[in-house]
Design a protein around this ligand. Structure first.
Ligand SMILES: [Zn+2]
Ligand SMILES: [Zn+2]
Length: 292
């Protein structure tokens, strides 16, 4: 079975990812307005009628802004954990999920897993339809073992590349904010994401959509060329902050087996993290914010 997928928008100004087969689809997050979601879906020739649910990664406003209107207008169930709903401020009846059991919607199976991020109960998702698998991995504080495992199972992945380390270091953000971004519960840097890509990709990985790029601390051309230099046949696409990507399609015949390259086999291209990266994770857990 095949999967179609696109980023309707990606970044701290709004996130909405469409993943579906020929019969049904889900939106992972709905962080742009209902009207803009409809407009972008229509431009891509995607049918809102196929969307059967919204699955929510966490409560930051760039992931939930469009949910109340969109879910009401189309009568869509909203899959959201109890803690995320409580912290979101949204008045709706959610359907709870947890990492212990996949969500099943028709032939789609959505496996949540826990991630590090400064939110109440944040999750990433691996979405399957038959053998086809697409991962949605954004808002990740650090590249944990769960991310590695699920990334290695993907034919295609939305992978966060939030910031370039040098640009963040030299940029205008105050130090406390820089430390929140890179402190283990914020966002994934270009180099951290590249390390995940190089170490845990399989030969089945056909597409990587670089996601949730910072406007101030990243450069789409820079990160695109960084990954393209090591793409080895994987199509590299930047998921933009202001427009939808094209719709991509996979129709694999095999399921990837996880691989883990020993660290000694990694290309010697990954710079050492700055000393500040080693500072302990930030404990504060802001509600309804996404500053990056
Ligand atoms: Zn976000
Ligand atoms: Zn977030």
């Amino acid at each position: 079975m095949s999967l179609y997928f696109t980023s309707l928008n990606s970044g701290s100004n709004g996130n909405c990812y469409y993943v579906g087969n020929s019969q049904e689809a889900v939106l992972v997050d709905a962080g742009i307005s209902c009207r803009e979601t409809e407009r972008r879906m229509a431009r891509l020739g995607l049918d809102m009628g196929k969307v059967k649910a919204i699955v929510v990664s966490h409560e930051h406003v760039d992931h939930i802004r469009g949910i109340p209107v969109l879910s009401k207008k189309y009568n869509l169930p909203v899959y959201i954990t109890e803690a995320t709903l409580r912290h979101s401020g949204m008045q709706l009846e959610g359907r709870a999920f947890s990492a212990t059991e996949p969500i099943r919607i028709g032939a789609l199976e959505i496996q949540p897993f826990v991630k590090y991020h400064d939110a109440a109960d944040p999750h990433s998702f691996l979405i399957s339809s038959g053998q086809a698998r697409v991962g949605v991995f954004t808002d990740i504080g650090r590249p944990c073992g769960e991310l590695a495992r699920y990334f290695s199972m993907c034919h295609a992945a939305f992978l966060e590349t939030n910031y370039d380390t040098d640009m963040l270091d030299k940029g205008r953000y105050p130090v406390f904010l820089k430390n929140r971004i890179r402190g283990g519960h914020g966002h994934l840097s270009n180099n951290e994401a590249l390390e995940v890509f190089l170490r845990h990709r399989t030969r089945h990985l056909s597409h990587v959509l670089l996601s949730h790029l910072s406007q101030d601390n990243n450069d789409p051309d820079l990160v695109h060329s960084l990954f393209t230099r090591h793409s080895n046949g994987t199509q590299i696409v930047v998921a933009g902050r202001y427009a939808e990507t094209p719709v991509f399609h996979i129709n694999p015949t095999e399921v990837p087996e996880p691989v883990h390259l020993p660290i000694t086999q990694l290309p010697a291209i990954l710079p050492q993290p700055a000393a500040s990266r080693k500072s302990s994770a930030q404990k504060n857990r802001p509600v309804q914010t996404s500053l990056f």
